[in-house]
Structure formats: C-alpha cells, structure tokens
Design a binder for this molecule. Structure first.
Ligand code: SF4
Length: 300
C-alpha cells in the first residue's frame, strides 16, 4: 500500500493553548450544499423527521462572494477552508468557481472538501484539480453495489466510485487525496479489503468510526451489529478518530479556532450545528470579524 495510514489532520498542528486568543479563525467551514443525494444510515440526512428542521439549499454565489469579501477583514489568512458542510458539495454547480475564487483571493492557505464520490466524473476531476483545491477527502460507503444501496440508501455503482478515484489519483497534481471508510459498520476482513482496494490510489487513508456529535440523533442505534449497553455508552463518547479520547467534562476546543457558515449564510461556531441552532448571525447582516471578536449572538 502506497498511502500513509493516518487521520487527515495536519502534521504541523501546534497546541491550541500556545495560539490563543486567535485574531483570525484557523479553520472555516463553508457549506456549498446542505442537500445530499445519499441518505447514509448514521447521518441526519437519513432521518426524515430531523431533515424537516434543516435548511436544505445550495449556497448562492451572492452569499459566497459576501463571505470571501469579509475574509479580507481578518488580520491573517485562514489556514484551512473546508468547502463542505452538511451535504454533498458537488451538487452545487458553482463548486469549482468557489474554489478558484478562494484560491485567487490569497486569503486562505489551504482549501479542502469532502465528497461521497458519486458525482465525480473524468470531466469534473479536471475542473476540481484546475480550480486549485489542495485536499480532497473521498468518503467510501461500501465495497460493492449492494453495500452502497444498504448503507447510503442510493443505487450506486462501486465500479464508478473506484474508476473515478483511480482517474483522479492519476491526474491529481498537488491535490492531496485522503480516503476513509466508516469502520464501525464493516468486519475486519472488509477493512483489510478496503485498504487493499484503495491504498494505492490516495496519499493518506483511514478507518474512521461513528461519533455521536449530532444533536437529536444517537448514531449508536444505527450500528448493524448488536451492541451491549456498555458498548453503546462507549460509542456515544468516542471520537471519530479513536486515538482522541473526549471526556464528558472536557471543554470542546473547536469554538476557539473555527467558524461554520451554512449554505443560507447563517454563521455557527461549530461544524456539528447542522440545524443552525447556535446562530451567531448571517453573512448578509453581520460581519464575520465582529462575530469572531465577540459580536451578536442570536439563539433560535
Ligand atoms: S454522503 Fe455524507 S452528508 Fe450525505 S448522507 Fe452520507 S454521510 Fe450524510
């Protein structure tokens, strides 16, 4: 296997305590699409009741351009913009334009996205690479057509997924490719098979786990294996990257270094706030830098 087995976080990370307080967020999530074409078992996109509470839409270029304009107010560049949030980013036909505008703005050091690969083609592979994306995370939801149907709720050709990843890898230039699968739903033999199949077509690869970060949902309930009560508790508390051990009373570090901008322009402190309940403002009416410095808070 050519790829390095590791989580996708930067190797150059400094301890947050040495950097605080930050005049500029290190990370920003900008969601091009809160709509998804999949309905994965562990995801809120599969829960019809919860989905009715979400703002499902594609981000307009007007909203996106307002965000970029306001990024220029910060003193430093943003270390990483994740151009994805709560849906499938490639559903937004302006995705490539958005990457290029961010790249040309020189206000951002690195741009990344996460996709379920279903909409990846040879044609848009070149558009993505030429736009200047630095890092792409390919999420794998099965190792066969049947797996995909069961897990993502969508008829998908596994051959399409694999062929397009191979094509992307062959043409990737400087774009770092990370591939991951949700290991909690697969046997050890399947995990080995996943590494064998994809390990030569990416720069880093990882076997993730479910993490109970979505309010109103218990992802442990969607696991196909029978968990004991104790195992369910462990699942509730575990982090997606299992070497990180969250404790019940620990303070979440995310709010000290990241902001989330929803597809409708709402601003949240956290990439888990998929319902936009912790609304700090909206890009049309509020200023990002003011919000980061302690601006208005609107509880909804
Ligand atoms: S592809 Fe991602 S956003 Fe879409 S349903 Fe699956 S986990 Fe959720």
């Amino acid at each position: 296997m050519k790829a390095e087995f590791r989580a996708p976080t930067s190797k150059d990370r400094k301890p947050l305590i040495e950097l605080l307080p930050l005049k500029t967020p290190l990370t920003m999530y900008i969601d091009p699409s809160s709509i998804c074409n999949f309905a994965c078992k562990f995801c809120f996109q599969a829960n019809k009741k919860i989905k009715r509470q979400m703002q499902l839409q594609l981000m307009t270029m007007d909203i996106f351009n307002m965000i970029v304009e306001q990024l220029g107010d910060f003193e430093d560049s943003i270390k990483m913009v994740h151009l994805h949030g709560f849906g499938e980013p490639l559903l937004n036909k302006n995705f490539y334009k958005m990457v290029k505008i961010l790249r040309d703005s020189k206000l951002v050091d690195r741009i990344a996205t996460t996709t379920n690969v279903s909409l990846l083609t040879k044609e848009n592979t070149h558009k993505i690479i030429e736009s200047g994306l630095n890092q792409v995370h390919f999420s794998i939801y099965g190792l066969s057509d049947d797996n995909y149907l069961t897990f993502s709720g969508k008829k998908t050709s596994f051959k399409h997924i694999l062929d397009n990843i191979k094509y992307f890898y062959a043409n990737k230039k400087n774009c770092h490719i990370h591939i991951k699968i949700n290991g909690d739903y697969y046997s050890n033999a399947d995990k080995e098979r996943f590494l064998d199949i994809f390990g030569d077509y990416c720069d880093s690869i990882f076997i993730d786990g479910v993490a109970n970060i979505w309010p109103l949902m218990d992802v442990a309930e969607t696991l196909s294996i029978n968990l004991s009560k104790e195992q369910k508790e462990t699942t509730k508390l575990q982090h997606q990257y299992k070497h990180i051990k969250p404790q019940k009373d620990n303070l979440c570090p995310n709010i000290f270094y990241q902001l989330m901008i929803h597809s409708n322009g709402d601003i949240s402190p956290c990439c888990a706030d998929y319902l936009g309940k912790i609304k700090l403002g909206n890009i049309k009416t509020h200023n990002l830098k003011n919000i980061w410095g302690g601006g208005n808070r609107v509880w909804s």
